[in-house]
Design a protein around this ligand. Structure first.
Ligand SMILES: *[C@@H]1O[C@H](CO)[C@@H](O)[C@H](O)[C@H]1NC(C)=O
Ligand SMILES: *[C@@H]1O[C@H](CO)[C@@H](O)[C@H](O)[C@H]1NC(C)=O
Ligand SMILES: *[C@@H]1O[C@H](CO)[C@@H](O)[C@H](O)[C@H]1NC(C)=O
Length: 336
């Protein structure tokens, strides 16, 4: 609990450890159309560099070139999936050339959202993403869009004063001037369903409570073992073994009962999401993708079981050493 305060105390200084790639494919590589001087990519990378240089707390913007990814935007997705970066902004190879083509040919099918992409994975840590990263990234996107828009509109309108066809084209593709560019957003693994929020936050506190208080529940039972009525008195080692074994056995079933809550509330543990590759965006219509097929639920159960044992056995040991009522004090260290 106190570590919560400590972890959040230095967030501003630590923001720069959250790496966000800004990869410029604009006019680069075998798939790009040669001819024009790239405009979109260099402007957006320039914005990233300015933010890093400004010294105000911001994300760890990492300007990279398309050649670092073999000119393949999908390779950037793979890097985000592999946790090499928290997110990536991609400026597509055709970003500037499509702008030129749109205004020069009056191509009405020009789509500003095709110019740039934002790739992320909110399920990696939803609090981190939605509280600290997305607000900054979203501001960055707005700034980038308006910066490119201004520069581009200036260039086009300078020509349009003398070029009647250009002016007519602009009437057909207003989207090539405003907003000119946009960001398509791809959340590779959304934090979904929302019942995953209690399963990863409040639920863990519930597990702590169960593990912590269980030793007090079992105390009367353990003491019956010490009381020789129908059996010879237990030796010390046997007594410890019974307490540890009994506690672990209880946790096995308590953690199963706890895991059933997530199952009852339809967190997907049994497949059904037709995800075929790591770089494919999850379709939440099918629920969350599971990690281990039909083995996902047993893995989840065992994780909860191990977590309960880790805390519960420590509590059991302290209870045996310091005894009641002092064990309550131990809760202060547990919650720290
Ligand atoms: C018009 O734009 C679309 C999509 O941006 C592109 O596929 C197509 O080749 C363009 N057509 C012309 C004539 O430039
Ligand atoms: C650039 O190409 C990609 C893939 O070919 C396409 O999805 C996107 O819409 C294009 N961008 C523009 C601005 O037309
Ligand atoms: C403006 O006109 C010049 C000269 O014809 C041309 O090279 C340039 O590409 C044009 N710029 C735009 C944005 O259309």
């Amino acid at each position: 609990m106190y570590s919560d305060w400590a972890a959040l105390y230095h967030v501003e200084q630590n923001l720069s450890s959250l790496v966000v790639y800004v990869v410029d494919f604009d006019g680069q590589g075998p798939n790009s159309v040669p001819g024009q001087e790239p405009l979109v990519g260099p402007l957006i990378q320039g914005l990233a560099r300015t933010q890093v240089a400004s010294g105000t707390p911001t994300l760890g913007w990492g300007p990279l070139s398309g050649s670092d990814f073999d000119y393949d935007p999908i390779a950037v997705r793979q890097a985000v999936y592999d946790w090499k970066a928290w997110a990536a902004i991609i400026i597509m190879p055709n970003a500037t050339s499509q702008l030129y083509s749109a205004v020069q040919n009056g191509n009405t099918s020009y789509d500003p959202m095709g110019a740039c992409q934002l790739i992320y994975q909110s399920a990696r840590d939803d609090t981190n993403w939605f509280d600290f990263m997305y607000p900054i990234i979203s501001q960055f996107q707005t700034q980038a869009t308006s910066m490119v828009g201004q520069q581009w509109a200036k260039m086009v309108l300078q020509n349009a004063t003398t070029d009647q066809t250009l002016l007519r084209n602009l009437a057909n593709v207003p989207q090539a001037i405003s907003p000119a560019i946009g960001f398509s957003e791809y959340d590779l693994r959304p934090f979904y369903p929302y019942t995953a929020i209690p399963a990863t936050t409040i639920g863990l506190i519930y597990l702590i409570i169960l593990s912590f208080f269980s030793f007090a529940f079992y105390l009367p039972i353990w003491f019956r073992f010490l009381n020789p009525k129908e059996h010879p008195p237990l030796r010390f080692v046997e007594f410890i073994a019974v307490r540890w074994g009994g506690t672990v056995l209880a946790y096995l079933f308590l953690s199963l009962a706890y895991s059933f809550v997530s199952l009852a509330f339809q967190i997907n543990f049994a497949g059904g999401n037709p995800i075929t590759s790591e770089t494919q965006v999850t379709d939440i219509a099918y629920g969350n993708p599971d990690a281990y097929g039909h083995g996902t639920f047993p893995v989840y159960w065992m994780l909860n079981f191990v977590a309960m044992c880790a805390l519960g056995l420590a509590c059991e040991n302290v209870a045996m050493v310091v005894g009641q009522p002092w064990t309550g004090l131990w809760l202060i260290f547990v919650s720290a």
